[in-house]
Design a protein around this ligand. Structure first.
Ligand SMILES: C[S@@+](CC[C@H](N)C(=O)[O-])C[C@H]1O[C@@H](n2cnc3c(N)ncnc32)[C@H](O)[C@@H]1O
Length: 326
């Protein structure tokens, strides 16, 4: 129990002081709780559950099994047959369908919601991704979990020419349909192929791609390790991997504000705009379960990609990970 508090506090990017403030305890008390020098009353457990955004059974289970399981789920491996859908444990074979339902439900309002919930900041993050990628006219790219084509359209517009082009590969037909219409509206009639497929089993040949991008997608796949292995497989030697994903705040002072926004305002906004509160509750929970910057960098390296680096965006609200197939 005690070590689980430490594990989840760190996973949430909280200092002992910040967690203490959130639940009305001093730093020394948090320290004692983490060392196991202090017994917990039910009321403290309830406050910890609230503050850490972790179900009570995650905090109360056996430490060794719990952390291993949490890490494995975050890595996408899960224990035999288990995965997470937000904070909920679900069967591995159910997760993809649950995720598909989320995006089918919000597809038509997905882009509007992105602008509203980030106040347009997601555009700056995506611009930074494209800057780091530096698309060239002959570059052949795949944008995995590319949804409504935001990244692909930017790549094509930046690259210019009639060269390599971009394949948008996404598991959801509704998102792809919105993307196709949107590209036409933007006057992008060439250079993008729209493909329905799974990040864990890409319908692409080995070493066939110069650049693999994935923005706010990898958090949703069931087995992140498999998706990363696929990224390596389809990249040619010397090919580039770039992943934009929500991450952990590195500015502790922002944490309480961010938490309040995420768990209260965001699902309410989602409900008002898309009529689907649950979809945005899932978004918040899936962000919390996704590995922190360093841990994700380690997963990328474990998949056999090299020269892994990352940049924090907006104080770690998001992070951009870069790697190469060497
Ligand atoms: C949050 S949206 C991101 C869309 C787009 N990349 C963007 O940045 O706006 C996540 C997308 O991941 C897709 N997705 C989820 N699981 C997937 C999987 N296993 N394989 C491919 N796409 C997946 C969803 O259908 C959805 O379109």
């Amino acid at each position: 129990m005690e070590n689980r508090i430490r594990y989840w506090r760190r996973a949430r990017g909280l200092s002992q002081e910040a967690l203490g403030k959130m639940i009305g305890l001093g730093k020394p008390t948090i320290s004692k709780l983490e060392r196991g020098d202090l017994r917990l009353r039910d009321v403290t457990i309830a406050k910890l559950v609230d503050a850490l955004g972790v179900p009570a059974n995650e905090l109360l289970g056996d430490y060794a099994a719990g952390v291993g399981e949490a890490r494995a789920a975050e890595a996408g491996a899960g224990d035999a047959g288990a995965a997470h859908f937000g904070f909920r444990r679900v069967a591995v074979e159910d997760k993809a369908r649950l995720v598909r339902d989320v995006f089918s439900s919000v597809a038509s309002r997905y882009d509007l919601m992105n602008d509203l919930m980030s106040l347009g900041v997601h555009r700056l993050w995506k611009a930074e991704m494209i800057d780091w990628l530096r698309p060239t006219p002959r570059m052949r790219a795949v944008d995995v979990a590319g949804g409504t084509g935001d990244i692909a359209i930017r790549i094509v517009e930046r690259a210019g020419g009639d060269g390599g082009g971009v394949i948008v590969c996404d598991a959801n037909e509704s998102m792809l349909a919105v993307g196709r219409d949107r590209a036409l509206d933007r006057g992008v009639t060439r250079g993008i192929d729209w493909l329905c497929g799974d990040a864990e089993a890409l319908p692409l040949g080995d070493a066939s791609i110069d650049a693999y991008t994935i923005a706010f997608g990898i958090r949703n796949v069931t087995r992140i390790d498999r998706a990363l292995a696929e990224a390596r497989r389809v990249l040619r030697p010397g090919g580039r991997f770039l992943c934009l994903e929500f991450s952990r705040l590195v500015v502790p002072a922002l944490v309480p504000l961010y938490e309040a926004y995420s768990f209260n305002l965001l699902p309410a906004l989602g409900a008002a705009v898309t009529g689907d509160r649950e979809a945005y509750q899932y978004l918040v929970e899936s962000i919390r379960r996704f590995p922190a910057q360093d841990d994700f960098a380690a997963l990328i390296e474990a998949a056999g990609l090299g020269n892994v680096r990352f940049r924090n965006l907006t104080g770690g609200v998001a992070a951009l990970h870069s790697a190469w197939r060497i």
